[in-house]
Design a protein around this ligand. Structure first.
Ligand code: FE2
Ligand code: FE2
Length: 405
């Protein structure tokens, strides 16, 4: 999906009680002054007053503020201005804060946040509203009895992953601070190769799967560890890893740029995250087969019962956790890629094909035809998934996926 410019008159309201932070935002976003109509409020009450005079398309709010805090403000915005996209920009990176506000928030960003990231996030919050801005999805997430918790090391890992100077060993070191999690991540990285571990250490795993895969591997490991649903084998690590590997191999074959190939792996790993937090309802859905069917029919059934599909709930959580847009979209549309409203051959197509093959389901054939790849799924169904981290294209070029360590 290519980035489209926001409508020229996108109206964005920033809320922060600290004068210097408001001034900093204003300075940082100067290049956007002809693209966005920007307003700044010093607190929740002022923000709501400004909204009543003139609603905003996007609200970006601090969390901890005297009087009305960010969570209360965004809940009020959700109530009175449901069309407005809501972003938390907080110095508090702790997960509790993120989860408390989950029902009222579309995206959670932690400070400090650069201009590029902020501009991208605001733009995408606006663009992706049809997907995770729907009140029924937020309601379904808010109704989850047990929300997944992000591991304590997660924030450090994400920060380090964005730092070009941090090596693979540095990343492995951060993950190893959580011993059980590190073990699970390594186990996942070795799937589906069984007990003979090809990848002996976490650093080996990151070299094989690519440095950019660290975030996805850790997230998948944490979710699978935290939601042990043995009766529900479909959501097990093997299915996640198979889909991840397939997604990556297909993305590679499609000639997507390297970061997109890794995104396809991560999205494949996490594509059924919604099943982990929301096991499908029992009647007729108890079997893995039933849950795997997906497609427009399965999705409609899930919407009827839960208010949202596992794909939508998974995408919603990933968006709140700040995963890249490409991954959020690929997860959100894995059963129904036509909803993404794009005919670009990209990560969405790769992950749709991978999930269909791993689920032994049927692809959206009209979508594949439109993309000019009618036989993509049939071809890959019979193909071997490349083992290890080496992909045909990368291998031919004599490089492993563990570039830039
Ligand atoms: Fe699925
Ligand atoms: Fe699946």
């Amino acid at each position: 999906v290519t980035d489209v410019a926001p409508p020229p008159s996108l109206s964005v309201l920033f809320v922060d009680d600290e004068t210097n932070i408001r001034a900093g935002l204003q300075r940082m976003l100067r290049p956007m002054r002809n693209v966005w109509r920007m307003r700044f409020a010093s607190g929740g009450a002022e923000a709501l007053e400004m909204m009543s005079a003139q609603p905003a398309d996007v609200v970006v709010s601090d969390m901890r503020m005297p009087g009305m805090d960010g969570g209360q403000l965004l809940a009020a915005v959700e109530q009175c201005f449901p069309q407005t996209a809501r972003i938390v920009l907080s110095g508090q990176c702790d997960q509790e804060v993120a989860l408390c506000t989950i029902g009222g928030t579309h995206v959670f960003l932690s400070k400090p946040c650069g201009a590029d990231q902020l501009i991208r996030t605001v733009t995408r919050a606006w663009r992706l509203r049809p997907m995770y801005g729907e009140p029924r999805i937020a309601r379904a997430v808010a109704a989850l009895r047990r929300l997944p918790r992000l591991p304590a090391i997660y924030h450090d890992l994400v920060t380090a992953s964005h730092d070009p100077d941090v090596s693979i060993d540095g990343l492995a070191c951060i993950i190893r601070r959580d011993v059980r999690l590190a073990e699970k991540a390594l186990e996942l990285a070795n799937l589906p190769m069984g007990p003979t571990r090809e990848l002996a250490t976490l650093a080996d795993a990151l070299r094989a799967h690519g440095k950019d895969a660290a975030q996805g591997l850790v997230l998948a490991a944490a979710l699978i560890q935290d939601h042990d649903v043995p009766a529900f084998a479909h959501a097990s690590g093997a299915h996640a890893v198979t889909t991840g590997r397939l997604g990556r191999a297909i993305a590679d074959e499609l000639g997507l740029p390297r970061p997109d190939v890794t995104s396809a792996f991560t999205a494949g790993l996490l594509h059924d995250l919604g099943h982990l937090v929301l096991p499908p309802p029992a009647a007729g859905w108890a079997s893995a087969e039933g849950a795997a069917q997906g497609g427009p029919e399965g999705c409609a059934r899930e919407r009827e019962i839960n208010g949202a599909t596992h794909a939508e709930i998974g995408a919603y959580l990933l968006a709140v956790w700040g995963l890249p847009e490409l991954i959020v979209e690929a997860v959100g549309f894995h059963h129904d890629p036509a909803l993404a409203d794009t005919n670009d051959v990209g990560v969405i197509a790769a992950v749709h094909a991978a999930s269909v093959i791993a689920d032994r389901g049927a692809p959206d054939q009209a979508y594949l035809d439109r993309l000019g790849m009618p036989d993509l799924v049939d071809r890959w169904r019979s193909a071997d998934i490349p083992a290890g981290g080496l992909l045909p294209r990368a291998a031919a070029a004599g490089v492993s996926m563990g570039w830039a360590s």
